[in-house]
Design a protein around this ligand. Structure first.
Ligand code: URA
Length: 451
């Protein structure tokens, strides 16, 4: 499209108009080329956020972002390549456990992930908590590592979905994250560019997710699955609960340490994390089924569980860290990734943990340095929390609720962490973690819950 008039596109969207596919393609191409400044793109994103995008606009945006860089063809690497992506949550370190686990079962996992977004963490920032770990591999090396190890974890590059890389960073700091079409285009553009044959989505719902209610989370899942399938990639979504943090660690170093301990079948610093394992196995089951390693997701879950128990998954993690330049010795003492606690949060009264607010902890983690306030900010790899009490556990006054880790102790806000806990006279009614499953044709209730 010649004579791109960005102001006209912004005002058209601002006034509720529909953009044509070639208008969207031209805008994204010009932004990726550096010809549209961030202030205009921010205005466009806010207009899209407030007015929404139609299905056709969402497909056009996804296509434009997907083709902003190279679309990889991994057909020369053996196997059905399957990836998973989460729509974002607090304490969600699932990818770090899942990728080695699925690869250990023989299904290749090429994974392109994002950085922290809003109050949620990102896999790339977590991986970089391992000294030397390189998430910026060349495409050639990406292929080599995938072929050698069975999985590889990198970020969007100048080559793969560069439009998402730039838009993602801009959305993070312009209040334009929680939009169904923007999330769908962001996730699918980078995932479809990485050369996968199938995709599993973990759509988070609850206070700690971008989708707070089930209606919007289902709509996001349906959009993701339908657009994914429309691009020719079999796609399945699980709806999972994000009303409390996942696991006990929040923040990059703390979450990476927790994931490593889970892969080693050790108890993480704060205590057991059965919820992380439950979600990971459910997603692994879907991936192994789509990857044709098992006849059903349930059989996939059993295979993945064996791969965890037998240490195969941890073996793959060691191989990935070595192949991506990381310090393999750091895996011997994972808690060193977060250092020593700089503050301890104790309970004022006795009772049961009736609630833990993930959103409050997500924002507190960003304030501590685990996330970004401006897109050029660096994150503090050590910054975060380890919860020593979790939902339903008994607490006596003076017990440790959480410990705070940070390179800069002056940023630790014990009150913000304490306020995220609600203690009550009785334990809360347990809430299911795995809610629904959508495969493009129908919703199934409770799929993936323990056999
Ligand atoms: N994950 C992404 O990759 N993009 C989003 O917009 C939200 C979650």
């Amino acid at each position: 499209m010649s004579d791109l008039n960005v102001v006209r596109l912004i005002t058209k969207k601002r006034d509720g108009g529909l953009l044509a596919p070639d208008e969207i393609a031209a805008l994204i191409a010009a932004y990726t080329a550096g010809d549209v400044p961030d202030y205009q793109m921010s205005a466009f994103l806010m207009a899209a956020f407030l007015r929404g995008l139609s299905d056709d606009e969402t497909v056009a945006l996804t296509r434009a972002m997907l083709h902003s860089g190279t679309v990889l063809d991994l057909s020369d690497i053996e196997g059905v390549k399957v990836d998973k992506h989460s729509t974002g949550g607090v304490g969600d370190k699932v990818s770090l456990v899942l990728a080695p686990m699925v690869a250990a079962c023989g299904v290749p996992v090429p994974m392109i992930s994002g950085r922290g977004l809003g109050h949620t963490g990102g896999t790339l920032d977590k991986l970089e908590a391992i000294p030397g770990f390189d998430v910026g591999l060349s495409i050639e090396r990406y292929r080599e590592v995938l072929a050698e190890v069975g999985t590889v974890l990198i970020g969007q590059t100048g080559e793969i979905a560069p439009a998402d890389k730039a838009l993602y960073a801009l959305r993070d700091v312009t209040g334009t994250v929680e939009s169904i079409p923007l999330i769908a285009a962001s996730i699918l553009s980078k995932k479809l560019a990485e050369g996968i044959d199938a995709l599993v989505l973990d759509v988070k719902v609850g206070r700690g997710a971008f989708m707070k209610d089930e209606t919007r989370a289902r709509k996001l899942a349906e959009t993701l699955v339908r657009v994914g399938i429309g691009f020719g990639t079999p796609t399945v979504a699980l709806l999972t609960n994000m009303d409390t943090p996942l696991g006990r660690a929040i923040g990059n170093g703390p979450e990476t340490a927790e994931a490593i301990r889970l892969l080693k079948e050790e108890t993480p610093a704060g205590g057991p994390c059965d919820d992380v394992v439950e979600v990971t196995l459910a997603l692994a089951g879907e991936m192994l089924h789509l990857g044709r390693a098992t006849e059903s997701p349930e059989a996939g879950r059993r295979l993945a569980s064996a791969a965890l128990r037998d240490g195969w998954s941890f073996g793959i993690l060691q191989e990935i860290v070595a192949a991506q330049g990381g310090d393999v010795a750091a895996l011997d003492d994972p808690d060193a990734l977060m250092g020593e606690p700089v503050a301890t949060v104790t309970a004022d009264t006795s009772g049961f943990v009736a609630d833990i607010d993930p959103l409050a902890l997500g924002y507190a983690a960003v304030d501590l340095g685990a996330g970004r306030a401006r897109k050029e900010d660096d994150v503090d790899p050590k910054a975060g929390f380890v919860l020593h009490k979790t939902l339903g556990e008994r607490v006596e006054a003076g017990d440790v609720l959480a410990q705070i880790y940070a390179s800069d102790p002056s940023r630790a806000d014990t009150e913000a962490v304490r306020a995220a806990f609600t203690l009550g006279a009785a334990p809360p009614t347990p809430r299911p973690l795995l809610l629904d499953r959508f495969d493009g044709t129908r919703w199934e209730r409770g799929m993936g819950n323990a056999d």
